[in-house]
Design a protein around this ligand. Structure first.
Ligand code: ZN
Length: 214
C-alpha cells in the first residue's frame, strides 16, 4: 500500500519516531498503516533499538491508557505488540468477563488459534478508534504462539480478558480492526456505553440495541 514512508527502512523510521520525548502519537482508523499488515520481526531493529521501541510502546500504552498496543498503531508495520492490564474492575466484572490482571508482555510475531468452541461477547474499544465501543464475539480461549522480545519461544493458552487482548492486538498486526468483527448494532459512544452498558455482560445491550450474542 502506498504511504509516504514505504521507502524509509523500518529501523530508520523507528529511529525518527523515538527522536522525541514522551508517548508516541497513536494512529487513528483511516490510516493505511492500520490496514496493510506487518512484516514479521526478524532483526530489522538491533537489540538496543528494539528495546527502546518496546519501551516507547509501553509508555504510549500506559499514557493512553490502554491494555495493549500494536506497532502499526504508532505507524510501524512490524509484527510486534505489547499488552498489560492492571484490571482495576469490580469483582462482578472480573468474574463475568474473566478480567484478571495481565502483567506486561511483549508479543513478537504472535499468531493465535481458538482452543475449543466457546465464544465470549463483550464491549471492547481501540485506541485507534477513539470515542467508541462495540460488542465483539471472540473465541473464549486461544493458543498464542510467537516469541518474546528476547527471541524466546512463546506458546501459551490465554483465557478470559487476556485472551481478548491478545486477539485484538494480533489482529492489528494482520490489518484487522475490532470493528471488522463487531456487532454493528452494538456500536456505542463511550458516553452511551458508560451510561447504559456498564453491566458485567452484554445481554441488556443485545436486547435493547437488537443484536445477537453467541
Ligand atoms: Zn486496537
Amino acid at each position: 500500500m502506498g504511504t509516504p514512508n514505504d521507502r524509509v527502512p523500518l529501523a530508520e523510521r523507528v529511529e525518527q519516531l523515538l527522536d522525541g520525548e514522551g508517548p508516541l502519537r497513536i494512529v487513528a482508523a483511516g490510516d493505511p498503516v492500520l490496514r496493510g499488515g506487518t512484516e514479521p520481526y526478524d532483526g530489522q531493529l538491533d537489540p538496543a533499538l528494539l528495546a527502546r521501541f518496546v519501551r516507547a510502546l509501553r509508555i504510549t500504552m500506559r499514557t493512553a491508557p490502554g491494555v495493549g498496543l500494536a506497532a502499526p498503531q504508532v505507524g510501524v508495520a512490524l509484527r510486534i505488540a505489547v499488552i498489560e492490564d492492571p484490571a482495576p474492575v469490580p469483582e462482578e466484572v472480573r468474574i463475568a468477563r474473566g478480567r484478571v490482571p495481565q502483567p506486561f508482555r511483549v508479543l513478537v510475531n504472535p499468531a493465535y488459534e481458538p482452543v475449543g468452541a466457546e465464544r465470549a461477547a463483550f464491549f471492547e474499544g481501540c485506541l485507534s478508534v477513539p470515542g467508541y465501543q462495540a460488542v465483539v464475539a471472540r473465541p473464549a480461549a486461544v493458543r498464542l504462539t510467537g516469541q518474546d522480545e528476547q527471541g524466546r519461544a512463546l506458546d501459551e493458552v490465554f483465557t478470559g480478558w487476556p485472551a481478548r487482548i491478545v486477539q485484538h492486538e494480533t489482529d492489528h498486526l494482520d490489518g484487522t480492526l475490532y470493528l471488522d468483527r463487531a456487532e454493528p448494532r452494538s456500536l456505542s459512544s463511550n458516553e452511551a456505553a458508560a451510561r447504559n452498558w456498564a453491566q458485567p455482560t452484554a445481554e441488556e445491550a443485545a436486547r435493547a440495541l437488537g443484536f445477537d450474542l453467541p
